[in-house]
Design a protein around this ligand. Structure first.
Ligand code: NAP
Length: 242
């Protein structure tokens, strides 16, 4: 159960009309097509930056930062100024979650020192991620559990050490599933795009273990919906379980 003192956690994702977020997972033999993770419009990208501009920090799973050329930052000066007008620092903090600590140092996100970046890992992962964290003073690694990252502890740490009050998680499906299963998601922004991927190995909004019965399903209520140029922009708040 989430305590009120933890930061407000938002998930923001674009999905196909059949609930997919990307192409077939890397474990299949199909070569990855990076374009399959960028199927939403420029308007959706602006919404992503708008949501980031309301948050102290952005969280992502290791595989997402490795699959996409993302820096998890606020975007242009326009968005940085907007953040300042709202009482936030111009650059949001960044968090990459990795139990294994198998960090690729050449990955795009580790090249941009505009704000602190935390590798949230485990006791074993800390040793493996050390080479990346030790090369700069703006990347740090911390353990949040022996064998798996305790997401409650991580959020509490972000509140206490980085004064994070509102944080947006931007996937992928494995991280989202863990956040839902831990009851940590307060708000969900979804962009439903008019395209179907099909298939059983494509990533979905919430992969991983999922709920094993209806009682464990995550309850949401839709509080905003808007259709623009064929895309549906939805906002949900956490509700009681089904
Ligand atoms: N359409 C969209 O809006 C959207 C948004 C984001 C991502 N995507 C796509 O989603 C795909 C990636 O999704 P994914 O589900 O494969 O991977 P992911 O959730 O991005 O990353 C999975 C990795 O993150 C770490 N991780 C996740 N949850 C964790 C937890 N609870 N505790 C500890 N570590 C955790 C683990 O790293 P270790 O293996 O190092 O332990 C795990 O292997 C990419 O293709 C990306 O393009 C699409």
């Amino acid at each position: 159960m989430k305590t009120a003192s933890l930061p407000w956690l938002v998930i923001n994702m674009a999905i196909t009309a059949d609930g997919k977020i990307c192409g077939p997972r890397a474990s299949t033999n199909t070569p990855p097509d990076a374009r399959m993770a960028r199927f939403s419009s420029a308007a959706d990208h602006r919404r992503l930056l708008r949501i980031r501009s309301t948050c102290d920090a952005v969280i992502s799973g290791r595989k997402t930062v490795e699959a996409d050329r993302v820096d998890l930052g606020p975007g242009s000066t326009y968005w940085q100024q907007r953040r300042v007008r709202q009482g936030l620092s111009p650059f949001n903090k960044r968090i990459v979650i990795s139990s294994s600590g198998n960090i690729q140092p050449t990955c795009h996100v580790y090249q941009y020192p505009f704000s602190p970046l935390l590798i949230a890992t485990t006791d074993a992962g800390l040793e493996r991620s050390r080479p990346v964290a030790q090369t700069t003073d703006w990347i740090q690694a911390h353990s949040f559990g022996k064998n798996h990252v305790n997401l409650h502890t991580l959020l509490a740490w972000l509140g206490a050490h980085w004064q994070v009050r509102r944080v947006v998680a931007e996937g992928g499906g494995e991280l989202n599933d863990a956040l839902f299963r831990d009851g940590l998601v307060d708000e969900l922004f979804l962009t439903v795009c008019p395209i179907i991927f099909g298939g059983t190995t494509h990533g979905t909004l919430a992969d991983g273990m999922g709920a094993s019965n209806l009682g464990e399903a995550y309850g949401l209520r839709c509080v905003e919906h808007q259709t623009r140029n064929g895309e549906q922009f939805l906002r949900f708040l956490k509700s009681r379980p089904a």
